[in-house]
Design a protein around this ligand. Structure first.
Ligand SMILES: Nc1ncnc2c1ncn2[C@@H]1O[C@H](COP(=O)(O)OP(=O)(O)O)[C@@H](O)[C@H]1O
Ligand SMILES: [Mg+2]
Length: 279
């Protein structure tokens, strides 16, 4: 897929600490139409980074710009423009339990749109968004989230993200907690949404094979900084031990196993014990 040279998101030297430093100088530029995945162990600040993109968390230092407009140094009108341009797909879909699917997806539209557009047009847009994530509107529109499976709820979350036709979608662990089949479906939908709408996507994920398949670039957040940013090929070929551990769980497992076997050999003479390790 073609991506333009035009930069759409810029993180510049982003710092954020809570009790301890979380982000310590993150810099990244994302081009229009690009899909970039962010990997990293739990608690490294991936969600914090996503939240700085839309002002949910304010950096202590540094800046984030969307199409050249600072999220932190702009006037209310500019901020409204940014809010319209960006959608955030929260972890666990974050649907409203007491609202039916129609109303949940409608939350992705601007209040102004809901007020001014014809009801029939709004229904069409909502139905369209559901169809684009392989859900049958006639079956799900009046259901409550609790009546749907986990995979379907995630797809409703995607429908809500695309219904307002944003230029940027931020996905926070869109496949975490899903079985492999549903995870692959959601990954494929993220790719098809990007291809169809040319939306710029940042995907925080633990699904490394999925990330390598669907992204133009992958980044690895570690210790407050982006330790690696590059294409999937560069990621697979990297000789950074941490990248290698993320790129190939089997290689990581073999390396860990070797280490354990050596330790066993050192400690007791004789054949190494069979060990099982949780990777
Ligand atoms: N609003 C907050 N207040 C205090 N600490 C926070 C807040 N949000 C995140 N943190 C802390 O920042 C660190 C990174 O969190 P997070 O970005 O959620 O990690 P992850 O990479 O798993 O998404 C964690 O130690 C978390 O406890
Ligand atoms: Mg997170």
């Amino acid at each position: 897929m073609d991506i333009s040279e035009q930069i759409t998101i810029e993180y510049e030297n982003v710092h954020k600490r809570f009790d301890t430093p979380v982000l310590s100088g993150v810099g990244l530029t994302v081009r229009r139409g690009e899909t970039i995945s962010i990997l990293g162990t739990s608690g490294t600040g991936k969600s914090v980074l996503l939240k700085t993109t839309i002002g949910l968390i304010t950096p202590d230092r540094g800046d984030v710009r969307i199409d050249g407009v600072s999220v932190y140094h702009s006037n209310p009108a500019e901020l409204r423009g940014i809010r319209q341009a960006v959608r955030y797909v929260f972890q666990y879909a974050a649907l409203f339990d007491s609202l039916n699917i129609y109303d949940n997806v409608a939350m992705g539209l601007e209040p102004e749109t809901l007020r001014t557009l014809d009801k029939k047009v709004i229904l069409d847009r909502i139905a369209n968004s559901l169809e684009n994530v392989n859900l049958d509107p006639s079956k799900v529109l009046s259901k409550l989230p609790a009546e749907l499976s986990g995979g379907m709820r995630k797809r409703v979350g995607l429908a809500r993200a695309i219904v307002g036709e944003p230029r940027i979608i931020l996905y926070d662990e869109p496949v975490t907690g899903l079985d492999p089949v549903n995870a692959a479906t959601v990954n494929r939908l993220i790719t098809s949404i990007a291809e169809r709408t040319k939306v710029t996507s940042i995907v925080v994920t633990h699904d490394v094979p999925g990330a390598l398949e669907m992204s133009h670039r992958v980044a690895l957040l570690d210790n407050g900084k982006l330790r690696f940013v590059g294409t999937p090929e560069e990621f697979k070929g990297s000789d950074d031990p941490l990248v290698m551990a993320f790129a190939d769980r089997q290689a990581a497992a073999r390396a860990a196993l070797k280490l354990i076997e050596h330790e066993t050999e050192d400690n007791e003479s004789g054949t190494p014990h069979a060990v099982s390790i949780g990777v």
